[in-house]
Each structure stands twice: as structure tokens, then as C-alpha cells.
Design a protein around this ligand. Structure first.
Ligand code: AMP
Ligand code: ZN
Length: 472
């Protein structure tokens, strides 16, 4: 079936046509590893994972590349300010490599928790300095660069189609008001390809180059890495909408200037995760939440965030609130219960239902309409199909949804039989029963908190019986 994707280049849904039959090259801009990813960043990776799974479900072979930015991303996005990694290293009294390693591991743990499939190739920017230098040399030879006192810059005025992605009049693409202006730039949209190390201090990450010791600018990495690993298979490139006007516009300019070829055919961008009131979640705003933090505080399964992200189309803004995530957890529990009820069916003779599958495909192939795809799943579960066919079809859909439905039962709060209660729990419960008999509700309440602190959920039945469940 045909797949339609909204291409930021044309600002419309386009029928997807791959470069090589049945194969797709996919490049997704990766994290800058100077801190934990926030759940806003993770929305980008969830969207890209949905895209990848939809392509795989449609029988494409996907080659997926993601960079790890461990050098060159400055605190000011317009090539001014400090390197984010080196600045964090100072704060944490570690070296830049330790910071990058630590936060890379944390990032990989987050995406695993969200059941996001890893890319085929991870590439660290600091491992690919030569490739970036070579690309800058090509641009220099072709006359697209100039030197300033702090680096080598790309002259955007020499590249005719600079605003092909942003569609903005060029005078609108000015440097942000907060950022100190670089007086030596020829055009406000010009950007650094190579930055020199400061004269008075040695950086932790720096390399020699034909222009002087320094480090690559932030944008050149994604061009060098896509060209190296995808070669001509440059089908789809993704990121958040904040990358459209600067980062991705710069990637296109320098890559197309160097190769004389179209860089990528399709550019897909996800909208933001905002906090209530419409403010973007961002590290620089200091309003960011990590996945670890919300899982702990709300006692939710990370896959509840995955479900919440599927409930909103990727091009629509999504709002974070405690209530919305708790309600996603409730929906996930309901779904897991429904699946758990039919889990023991023999799937050997079961069939994926063609009618529901067609509806599901129509939804996901229409610019990844996940909310619609979820509606198809819920209708399937409500339908009067045979249980085994329902289960088989739901598990088939889960290749795209990634909610780990096959293990549904293991995510439900499991009741622990009385005989298996550990001693310390038993003691607390006995004390609590006594307190309640003496109508000392304050003590009873404190004891309940202690029980919860041990990782249990306590439910009082009307009969007086106490039910203990293990927290997720
Ligand atoms: P960074 O690590 O800052 O390069 O960001 C990683 C990804 O997260 C990029 O694709 C950004 O566009 C995206 N991003 C940043 N903030 C948000 C947000 N609040 N909601 C959704 N995506 C975001
Ligand atoms: Zn990038």
C-alpha cells in the first residue's frame, strides 16, 4: 500500500518513493550528550521510531543512522558561547569524554525503556573529524567558505536555495536577539564549519586542521555522517521542528553545495512537547523533566509515555501534565488487561484479520496517523472476532505500536499471595491492623506509607481483607 508522508520541503503530504527498490535510508539527528535527554527530546525519538516501524511494517529494509553529538554544539546556537559538553564537564568536575560517555549511556537506557529500536549505526562526532575536515575542504575548493578570526564560515549568500526548507524570507532568518552578534560574518545566516580553539586556553576536545587547531561546527557533522554512511541512499531525514530554520537548513546548504546533488528527498519534523500553558520543554528554560523522574514520581511504566505519544499526531503539539500521563497509564493498564485475558489462546491456527489490518495500514500509511491506528486496535478488541484472531492481529499491530503487548501480563500490578508476604511487610501490616482497631488513623496512615515505601500497593477490601500488589 502507498505511504504518504508530510514533507517539510514541499509543505504537503507526498507519496513516498524510495531511491532504491524496497530500501530506505533514514538519518535522524541524535542527542547532544551533555545532560539527560528530557521527555521533549524523547518525543522526537518516539516519532522517528514510529516512522521506522511503519516502514518496516510495509516491508522496507531500513538503514538507520544516528549521530551522537559529543563536541561542537555551543550554548548559543549561532556559533557563539561555550561548548555544551566542556561547560558541563567543568560543572561536574569531570573531563569532556567522561561527560559524553555517561550521558550517552543514559540516553541509550532511556530509549530502551521506551522500546525504541536502536539505529543500525550510532556515530560519535568526535570519531569522524577527518570526514568533516574533508567536507569543509571541498566547500573551500568550491568557493563557499571564508575565514574569520574565530573560524571557517559557510557563505549562505553563495548558495541559491538557502530557504528551501524554512520557506522564510531570508531577512527573517536573523540571529536570535539574545545572541551576541558576530561582526565578522558576511550574512546573518552564515554559520561556522570549523571553530578555532581560544588562543588563551586549551580545549579538552580539539584537533589540528588545515585552518588551525579547533573543532567542527555543529551542523557539519550531520552532513558528513549522512554522506558517509548512507552514500546515495538519502531518503528521509528527521528531527524536531526547531531544527528546520537553522540546523537542517544549514545541513542542506553545505551538503548540496559540496555534492551538487539533492541532499535528502523527504524531511519530516515532529512538533514539541510543551508543558501546560504551551511553553516548550527545553533544557535552557530549566523546565525539563527526565524520563527517570516521571517514571518514579508518577509510578508509571515508560511505555505509558509511548502510548501518550501515539495518542497525539506527531505534527501536533503535545502537552505534558501529570494527569495526562497518569491517564495514559490507566489506558495502558486497560489495554494490558484486555490482552492478558486472551493471552492463553493457541496462535498456531489463528489469523491476522485482513479487514482490521487494512484499516490499520490505511491509518499509519497516512502520514503516521497513530491516534487513528489506536482506534482500530480498540475496535478490534471490542469486536466479535475469535479471541485467538484478535490476539494475533493485536500482536501484529504491535510491531508498529511497540507497546510490548506480548508481555502484557507482566506489566499489570501483580497481587502477591499472603503466604509469600515477606516478614517486614507482615510486621507492618499487623501493626497497621492494630492501629486501625484502636482507631489511631494517623499511625495507620503512616504505616501505609511505609508499606508503599517498600514498593507495594496496599488495598483494603470492604471485608477487611488486605490485598498486596507489587508496584510496577
Ligand atoms: P538536542 O539534544 O537539543 O539536539 O535535541 C534532540 C531532539 O529533540 C531534536 O530533534 C530536537 O528538535 C528535539 N526537541 C527539543 N526540544 C523538544 C520538545 N520540547 N519537544 C519535542 N522535541 C524536542
Ligand atoms: Zn543534525
Amino acid at each position: 500500500m502507498e505511504i504518504y508522508l508530510y514533507n517539510t520541503l514541499s509543505r504537503q503530504k507526498e507519496k513516498f518513493k524510495e531511491i532504491y527498490p524496497s530500501k530506505v535510508g533514514l538519518y535522524t539527528c541524535g542527542p547532544t550528550v551533555y545532560n539527560y535527554a528530557h521527555i521533549g527530546n524523547l518525543r522526537s525519538y518516539l516519532f522517528e521510531d514510529l516512522l521506522k516501524r511503519v516502514l518496516l511494517y510495509n516491508d522496507y529494509k531500513v538503514k538507520h543512522i544516528m549521530n551522537i553529538t559529543d563536541v561542537g554544539h555551543l550554548t548559543g546556537d549561532m556559533d557563539m558561547g561555550e561548548d555544551k559538553i566542556e561547560e558541563q564537564a567543568k560543572k561536574e568536575k569531570k573531563n569532556a569524554y567522561e561527560i559524553a560517555n555517561y550521558y550517552t549511556k543514559a540516553f541509550v537506557a532511556d530509549i530502551k525503556a521506551l522500546n525504541i529500536e536502536e539505529p543500525d549505526i550510532w556515530c560519535k562526532v568526535s570519531d569522524h573529524i577527518n570526514e568533516q575536515i574533508e567536507l569543509i575542504k571541498t566547500l573551500e575548493k568550491k568557493g563557499y567558505t571564508y575565514l574569520t578570526s574565530d573560524g571557517v564560515y559557510f557563505n549562505t549568500a553563495k548558495f541559491e536555495n538557502y530557504n528551501q526548507l524554512s520557506h522564510l524570507p531570508l531577512e527573517n532568518l536573523k540571529e536570535g536577539a539574545r545572541v551576541e552578534k558576530n561582526q565578522e560574518k558576511k550574512n546573518s545566516t552564515d554559520f561556522a564549519l570549523w571553530k578555532f580553539s581560544p588562543k588563551d586556553k586549551q580545549r579538552q576536545m580539539e584537533w589540528s586542521s588545515p585552518w588551525g587547531t579547533g573543532f567542527p561546527g555543529w551542523h557539519i557533522e550531520c552532513s558528513a555522517l549522512s554522506l558517509k554512511y548512507l552514500k546515495k541512499q538519502r531518503d528521509i531525514h528527521c528531527g524536531g521542528i526547531d531544527h528546520i530554520n537553522v540546523h537542517h537548513s544549514n545541513e542542506i546548504a553545505q551538503s548540496e553545495a559540496a555534492t551538487g546533488e539533492k541532499f535528502f528527498n523527504y524531511w519530516l519534523h515532529n512538533s514539541f512537547l510543551n508543558i501546560v500553558g504551551g511553553k516548550k520543554m527545553a533544557k535552557s528554560e530549566g523546565n525539563f523533566l527526565t524520563l527517570k523522574k516521571i517514571i518514579k514520581e508518577l509510578n508509571i511504566n515508560p511505555l505509558a509515555y509511548r502510548l501518550a505519544s501515539l495518542q497525539v499526531h506527531y505534527r501536533k503539539p503535545m502537552e505534558y501534565s501529570r494527569e495526562s500521563f497518569l491517564s495514559a497509564q490507566e489506558s495502558l493498564d486497560k489495554l494490558y488487561k484486555q490482552i492478558d485475558l486472551i493471552k492463553d489462546k493457541n496462535l498456531k491456527t489463528a489469523k491476522v484479520d485482513e479487514k482490521f489490518k487494512l484499516q490499520f495500514l490505511k491509518a499509519i500509511n497516512d502520514d503516521l496517523n497513530a491516534p487513528q491506528a489506536l482506534a482500530v486496535l480498540f475496535n478490534l478488541l471490542k469486536s466479535d472476532l475469535k479471541d485467538e484472531d484478535k490476539l494475533k492481529t493485536a500482536l501484529d499491530f504491535d510491531k508498529v505500536l511497540g507497546l510490548d503487548l506480548k508481555n502484557a501480563g507482566s506489566y499489570l500490578n501483580q497481587t502477591i499471595e499472603k503466604e509469600k508476604w515477606p516478614k517486614n511487610l507482615k510486621q507492618l501490616l499487623e501493626k497497621r491492623t492494630l492501629a486501625r482497631e484502636n482507631k489511631d488513623y494517623q499511625t495507620a496512615d503512616n504505616l501505609r506509607k511505609e508499606v508503599e515505601g517498600l514498593g507495594y500497593i496496599l488495598e483494603d477490601k470492604q471485608s477487611g481483607e488486605q490485598i498486596i500488589k507489587k508496584k510496577r
